[in-house]
Design a protein around this ligand. Structure first.
Ligand code: SF4
Length: 360
């Protein structure tokens, strides 16, 4: 383990910090020319360079495997662009919109589903005029109940800028919920100051923060304290994790992560199946493996620890839960139909249908 003076942004920085051997520099330069690189001091500190399978390094240190694009992978895997009526807005579901303020992050996750949009060579941050246009779009649609700040990572913005945006959203009568998706509490926990927490709150509206964390080691004492500052300021927290081969694709690691989150007062919300972002096949598990993991955790971890396992349907068709399913309908339609429900030990039990379901 080591300390690092600042964020590592070039392959040569990674080599100097001892995170990669110098002979890999050529390969990493080719990856870095295509996809942004950044490892914050807090996460660099967590990497054990003597472990070739270190789960933190695997998430943030570039790898030549990223240059291989697998069949089906696409630059906009979840169809943001197809659902973007004005710059900065993605409107996929009627009652909520994404508002993408910036396309920079404190770290660049190698498996990022927006990897072609984020980073210094990615899309620019929203200009003042574009932000005004996005707010006007939300104002004109009374069905928009929730606004989700994402990007990029909105918490790279200053408290002053965040306060401005949150207040502008809170002034829209029909917007009741402001949700912020972020990696900042684990990547740069020092940014989560009481001032930042205050900036995210708006009188009469609810703010939720959703933390992206994939491995229990990311929840360092500093990260836990950063989350506690948000929660103690009255901001409920949820989490989202990506199921990643070699990082959290075993029941012990995933269970430890989910329990640690709940211990931090963070409710696990989504476990994402890996998206079809270019050059990410080496992280994706099979859906059957994801379902087996969920099954292994069912009944063995408190319900508080259970996220919903979801797949973002390629092309912009939204998220759907992908199981596993514990319920089967068996029998005919002439009064013999019934359900079978599986318990957490794999035993099946009969459950009667309602009278209207079993009538001929
Ligand atoms: S923090 Fe989020 S948006 Fe940024 S690189 Fe990681 S996954 Fe992508």
């Amino acid at each position: 383990m080591r300390s690092a003076a600042g964020t590592l942004r070039r392959p040569s920085d990674l080599a100097r910090a001892g995170l990669v051997p110098p002979e890999r520099l050529g390969e990493l330069e080719r990856v870095a020319a295509q996809y942004a690189v950044a490892i914050s001091p807090a996460l660099a500190e967590l990497i054990d360079p003597s472990d070739p399978r270190d789960p933190i390094a695997r998430q943030f240190v570039p790898d030549a495997a990223e240059l291989a694009v697998a069949p089906g992978e696409r630059s906009d895997p979840i169809g943001d662009d197809a659902n973007s009526p004005v710059p900065g807005i993605v409107h996929r579901y009627a009652d909520r919109v994404l508002l993408k303020l910036v396309h920079v992050c404190p770290v660049y996750c190698r498996f990022c589903f927006r990897r072609e949009q984020v980073g210094p060579h990615g899309r620019p941050s929203l200009s003042r005029a574009e932000l005004d246009g996005a707010l006007a779009y939300i104002r004109a649609r009374p069905e928009v109940w929730e606004v989700i700040l994402t990007g990029g990572d909105p918490l790279v913005l200053s408290p002053r800028r965040l306060r401005e945006v949150v207040r502008a959203l809170a002034a829209i009568d029909h917007v009741k919920i402001i949700r912020v998706h972020t990696r900042v509490p684990v990547a740069t926990p020092e940014r989560v100051t009481p001032e930042l927490a205050r900036a995210l709150k708006a009188t009469g509206k609810a703010t939720y923060v959703v933390l992206h964390a994939n491995h229990p080691r990311e929840l360092t004492p500093a990260a836990r304290a950063a989350c506690a500052r948000l929660i103690d300021a009255g901001i409920p927290m949820l989490s989202q994790s990506v199921l990643l081969r070699g990082v959290n694709d075993d029941a012990a690691t995933l269970g430890e992560l989910l329990r640690a989150l709940v211990e931090c007062r963070i409710k696990p919300y989504y476990l994402h199946h890996g998206d079809l972002a270019p050059g990410t096949a080496h992280w994706r598990t099979g859906i059957d493996e994801g379902q087996a993991l969920m099954r292994a955790l069912h009944g063995r971890l408190s319900g508080l620890c259970q996220p919903t396992y979801v797949l973002d349907i390629p092309g912009g068709h939204g998220k759907s839960p992908i199981g596993p399913s514990y319920l089967a309908r068996v029998g005919g339609t002439n009064g013999t139909a019934r359900y079978e429900i599986e318990d957490f030990n794999g035993r099946r039990h009969a459950y009667p249908p309602a009278p209207r379901e079993s009538s001929p």
